[in-house]
Each structure stands twice: as C-alpha cells, then as structure tokens.
Design a protein around this ligand. Sequence first.
Ligand code: AVJ
Length: 458
Amino acid sequence: MQPAGVARRLLRHAAQPLAAQLPKLLSAGGALAVQRPAAGEGHPVSDEELVRGGTASAPAVEFLEHPDLAEIVGDLSRPQKRLPTRLLYDERGSHLFERICETRDYYVTRAELEILSRDLDDIAGFAGAGAGVIEPGAGCGCKTRELLSALEDPRWYAPLDIDPSVLWRCREAIRQALPHLPLVPVCADFTQPWCHAGLPVAERRLLFFPGSTVGNFEPVQAQRLLGRFRDAAGPGGRLILGVDLRKNAATLRRAYDDGEGITASFNLNLLARLNREHGADFDTAAFEHLAVYDKALHRIEMHLRSRRDQWVRIGGCRFHFAAGETIHTESSHKYLPGGMVALAAAAGWQAQKLWMDPQRRFALMGFEAAPRKQPNTEVKEDNMAATKKSSGGRRYGKGAARTVASAMRRRKRGTLKSGPGGKGGTVRSRKQAIAIGLSEARRKGAKVPPKKAGGGSK
Ligand code: AVJ
C-alpha cells in the first residue's frame, strides 16, 4: 500500500454523501427524513492539512475518515481480498437487484412470493391484529404491500433502507396501495444500532425480514442481527423471516450467475461505485463475475476475479492483483429449517410457524419473542424444567431443585461421580444426575417425594 497525494486530494474534493453517512433519522409525520451531512462536503484543503497526523508511508487518519473508505481499504488489504456486501446496493445496484429477481435462474424471489400468496391468510393471522410493521432493508416494498393489505388493522409501516432513493420509491408504492397506512421511513444501515425507540405505539411489533437477506451474514453475525431484531420487536413481538434452503450446487450456481448476465453487472457495479464515490481507478473490464458454492460452509459466494496482473488505486493506497486473484463480495448461506430454528432460538426467538413452497426451495418462518430471562439463572431454570419433566411434572421443594441443578452442572463439567462416596464412574446420563441430585437433597432433609421401587428419580 502506498499513499498517493493527488488521489487523496481528489478524494477530499470528490467526497459525496453516502447512505451510511446519513443520519439515522426517524420522521413520524410520514415525510422521508434524509439530510446531507454538514461535514464531509468537498472543500479546499491545503497539503499541510492533508499531512497532519499522517506520514508518507502511513496515510493520515483523516483520509480514511469516511467509515466506508476505511473499511474498504482494510478489506482489500486482507490475504483474501473482500469488499463490504452492503455496498452492492447503491441506486444502480438496487435497480439491478430488482432485475435479478425477474430472471429465470434466480428462483429465490419467485419461491418466496409463491409462499406469500398461497399462505397469506395464515401468515397474516400469525402477525395478529394491530401490528406495527418494521422491515429492515425494505427495498421497493413489493412483498410487503401484499402482506400489509392482508393484515388486520395494521397501525403503521416502518421501512428501513440504507439507500434513500429506494426509500422514496417504497414510500410512493405503499402510499398508492394503502393511502391510509401511516408510514415511518427510516434511512439506516440495519446492521448498526438505530432508533427504534421512537416508533409509534402498536398492539405489537412485527419484524418482516424476507428475501433470505439473513443468509448474507456469517452465522454468528446472523445471530447477533436477529438479537437486535428481538430488541426492536420488544415483548410479544413477532418475526417473519425468509430463509433460502439448502439445495443442489448447480441450481445455486445458476441462480447466482444467471444466463442474462444481470448478476454479473450487479457484482461489477460495486467496482464502478468505488470509482464514482471514492475516486478509485478500477478497470471494470479487467474483472469478471464468479459464483462459487462452498459445500462445507453451505454458502454460495460471489467474487470478482482479476483477468490480468494489475494495480488499482483507492483511498490513497495501491493494491496489487495477480491474474486470477479474486475479491469476495457476498456470501449467501443456505439453511435447513432446523438450523435456523436453533440460530434464532439463541437470539431469543421461539419458532412457531414454517411455510414452504411445494418444491421446498424456500421457507418463511414465524417466530415469537421469547420472554426475557434473568442473566445467570438460565442454567438453573433449565435444570428445574428438566427436574419437572422427568418427574412427570411433580414439584419439588426449592432445596431439591438446587441440588439437582448442581448435579446437572457437575454432569456437564464431567465431575459428577456415581456410587457411594463418588467412587463409581463419571455420570453421563441426565436421569442418573437427577437421581443423585435428589438423593443429596434427601440427605439434607429437603422435601422430595419417596423413591419408587426399582430406584431412579421417578
Ligand atoms: C437479497 C441479499 C438475499 O443473497 O440471494 C442476489 C442478493 N446476490 N443475487 C441473495 C443477491 C446475488 C440476495 N439477497
């Protein structure tokens, strides 16, 4: 990486307001609140100013002050180069994505719409009456229009999108179809915290996250995102989640490298965007689109492959590309329904409903916000539940529950021994751990039902 003074200066002047930089504003009156940042507009800067805080070999922090640019330079500096997936969605990118959805090869949108129209009443019933609907990454809101018109007495619709131009169009489309529904558009990056506290009241909040966008995150990040949604939904909140299901690699590769070449343009637009907005000098003709299925990680990846050995400048840095070297731009994880149930459960969502298309390519899943547990009591509560279950619902005294919970913890740690004085082997079975816990309780004089003949905990 080398700083390039001229490029840096150009960059300063060419700085443009980007969606991610826009203040995350809420407007309750239905007007779209999009403001240009006061700072960051191009203004003449002296070289002295430019060098402040930086050296010839390490660019000043201020050149990378745009959060996107800092991230881009970091991502291109990795051994496997990559770029932030969200940057695919500028005005042109969002438009190209809508065209992808119309291609024959990209089955995802069609499969989802099929479920939405077939099971609309059931889905609307699950959402319940009087819901406020939040849609992160709303796009044009076409899918939502159908859902909104089927809902009973929806209170408001809050589309979130990183791209203000998309939000404008979404607002117009929804206004046309549902002129009386209050609209609360939010210009925000839904992967970052945003102000959901300011939303109007409703019977309950419904998070609508279709399109399998959740698949674009690594499972750990997906869990964190669903956890954020759980916070935004609040008590009694619901989630309707679109999930693309595992299927053969050939179908997936075709879906992400369509015959009409729209996905290729969509992917390559990312480089054109970096040229437009960050003064980069990518030769887009020197890169090609690639879709690769990773069988071990169950995900289809989009890459941009360098057709030749070349250098590219961006953010005052130079990056080398060997011929055939790739930039990883997107991953789309494919799930089994049970896998998503577990992932969402870890984020505080209880699975309630599963709707699939007849070919089982895609799933819409319905979740309800799980009641909040006190931190640190989870293990105990779980074990009390286990005690109740394996005892046929009988209630023990608090003392017994405590010794059983302790025995269960020791079993998990592998330190629970059976036999008199713990001289037997390590206890593996749940049932035996419960029995040991109960006999400990009995020794301490806690209230425990008498042992049945034949032993055991029942
Ligand atoms: C809408 C983000 C889920 O991953 O299937 C389509 C994006 N990328 N073709 C997907 C996309 C390439 C799409 N998501």
